[in-house]
Design a protein around this ligand. Sequence first.
Ligand code: CA
Length: 265
Amino acid sequence: MNDCEFCDEEFSSERKLYLHWGEKHTDELNSHQEEKVKKAKREQENEKEAKSSKRRNLMFKGLTAVSLLIFVGLVLPQVLSMFKSSPFQLEQQPMLGSENATVTVVEFGDYRCPYCQRFDQQVYPQIKQEYIDSGEVKFYFINYPILGEGSQSAARAGEYVYRNDPENFWAFHHALYDNQGSESRRWVTPELLAKVAERTTDINASELKEGLDNEKIKEAVQQDKKIAKSNGLQGTPTVYVNGEQVETSYQSIKSAIEKNLNNGN
Ligand code: CA
């Protein structure tokens, strides 16, 4: 024990004694004792500083851990799903469904392709009823015209309608498939396209025919083909669910959609 020589109070350490001197007996101290008081105060300050910097450090580490958890838990899945759901440029592509849908289905199609017609008439309506209308899936269409000039014209007609009467794009799109006709009549003429446009959109026949020669429209179709080619598409229809190519049957599309919904995507 360290007794105070001025008032007989007891202290458990020398430092506590010197700090006590500094508080209660400043007037009674000789210079040697004053030095001891100063040293004790300095040591106390240093200790305080070390403790608070340790606390700051811990807090910073805690915050870093929390932000990391937030990033891994909330932000990362969003970022990943963005990459997963859009390996293609989708901004300039027609979309049906809720912007907030977490699952993205992309059809690459050719309006002259009979398998695409079958997809549009038999598989697509089930996807729409089950998942697009419920807000879980957004559906995109990208042109991949591979069956000659008629395919090109039909794709251009679609691009023209999408850019000039987007409200009616899907009506026009389905009508193009419905009007495909038999194998021998599958050659798509500007007249046929114009007729379908007049029936399903607010665009008249001459406007649509002119639109088929529009450079920007041609460029849009080229852009679509580029996307298809850079993804190594073999034919049409080709369907992607959140960036993964799947079989075009309803069952396989459905199970891919369900898998993504269950993964919280
Ligand atoms: Ca397009």
